[in-house]
Design a protein around this ligand. Structure first.
Ligand code: GLA
Length: 382
């Protein structure tokens, strides 16, 4: 089964966009292995848009740009496989990709076969230049079928930015993850708006097909395409922590968009945090349950509990205010009234510090501005 848990990997777009080339991709492969990401669970290396020539060859096949990929795409895929990783590429359901390269509309079966021959394990499939006469759902179904008929097992990562409520049909057309929003930018408001827009949709995310609120911006610090390239200055480390924790809490795919060859130690450690990745990869993939009755629009605090497998839980506090604040969870609101005699034994998931068995009927913690705290909890008796 593909995408049994949320897919994890690296994608070239957020930082490199049209500058992607063989040297960058092979460098990312080496960094994934040598800097610990592979051991932490990251698996896919994905080349996004801008890898091909602007025209197909005389047989109608896509042609890798020989300046960017002088040894072709198969060479890159082989290199990725030689490191025990999986390889992904990008195309588009429309007649052109978003950056103007040939799209797969009307060429789905040829392109799927080409990808299979090259050793592709993952296809991101975008939605630009889609003909007005085209059928959105049928286009994704057609490529899904083409991939399945290609003879190779290829994870299908759809990217139609939420058009036609993809959470209602992407699973049934065989997709393994689907972008549900417009593009993320290296900015606090961008990622909080994105994740909040999907809060009531994560109930449709489950093993085999996950809602994808877009690639990570962790550690970009304004460098790259979706940062300074689009007029954004980047986030603070505290904000990146909130972003990564929120993606983990929502069982979102973890596709790193930063330059992993040169990541800051803080962000490298964050994206390899074993407790957070275990929460993200929990096999039950349950959506978080909101405890605070208020919505973000009129409360700067958000409090969630997420059920994990084996009677374990994650408790998360987020603070959108511009100063530190105290967040709390009353256990009664989490289904544990005081008279039950049951309480939680709590560990800080970010620091791994064991906090212990909580005697009161609530648990509280200080949360920095734009920051978060996340804990794992197990049952205990008072
Ligand atoms: C769209 C997608 C992005 C990226 C670019 C490439 O904007 O949403 O994630 O793939 O296209 O051009």
């Amino acid at each position: 089964m593909l995408a049994k848990t949320p897919p994890m990997g690296w994608n070239s777009w957020n930082t490199f966009a049209q500058k992607v080339n063989e040297e960058i991709v092979l460098g990312a492969v080496d960094a994934l292995v040598e800097k610990g990401y592979k051991d932490a669970g990251y698996e896919y290396i994905v080349i996004d848009d801008c890898w091909s020539l602007k025209n197909r060859d005389k047989d109608g096949k896509l042609v890798p740009d020989p300046e960017k990929f002088p040894r072709g795409i198969k060479y890159v895929a082989d290199y990725v496989h030689s490191k025990g990783l999986k390889f992904g590429i990008y195309s588009c359901a429309g007649v052109r990709t978003c950056a103007g390269y040939p799209g797969s509309y009307g060429h789905e079966y040829t392109d799927a076969k080409t990808f299979a021959e090259w050793g592709v394990d993952f296809l991101k499939y975008d939605f630009c230049y889609f003909p007005a006469s085209g059928d959105n759902k049928n286009a994704y179904l057609t490529m899904s079928m083409a991939l399945k008929a290609s003879g190779r097992e290829i994870l299908f990562s759809a990217c139609n930015w939420g058009t036609d409520e993809p959470w209602k049909w992407m699973r049934s057309v065989g997709v393994h993850m689907y972008r549900s929003t417009g593009d993320i930018y290296d900015n606090y408001k961008s990622f909080t708006d994105i994740i909040q827009s999907q809060e009531d949709k994560f109930c449709m995310s489950a093993p085999g097909c996950f809602n994808d609120p877009d690639m990570l911006i962790v550690g970009m610090h304004g460098i790259g395409h979706v940062g300074e390239g689009c007029g954004y200055e980047g986030c603070t480390d505290t904000e990146y922590e909130s972003h990564f924790v929120r993606w983990c809490l929502c069982s979102a795919p973890l596709m790193i968009g930063g330059d992993i060859r040169n990541m800051s130690p803080f962000c490298e450690k964050l994206m390899q945090n074993k407790n957070l990745i275990a929460i993200n990869q929990d096999e039950e993939a349950r959506p978080p349950y909101r405890i605070d009755a208020t919505s973000f629009q009129w409360s700067p605090k958000e409090v969630f509990i997420k059920h994990l497998s084996n009677n374990r839980f994650a408790i998360a506090f987020f603070n959108h205010a511009d100063k530190e604040t105290e967040c709390q969870i009353f256990f009664q609101e989490a289904g544990i009234p005081y008279y039950s005699g049951v309480t939680f034994d709590i560990t800080d998931a970010l620091t791994d510090e064991h906090i212990g068995v909580i005697d009161q009927d609530y648990f509280k913690a200080n949360v920095p501005s734009h920051g978060c705290r996340i804990f794992t909890a197990e049952f205990a008796t008072r």
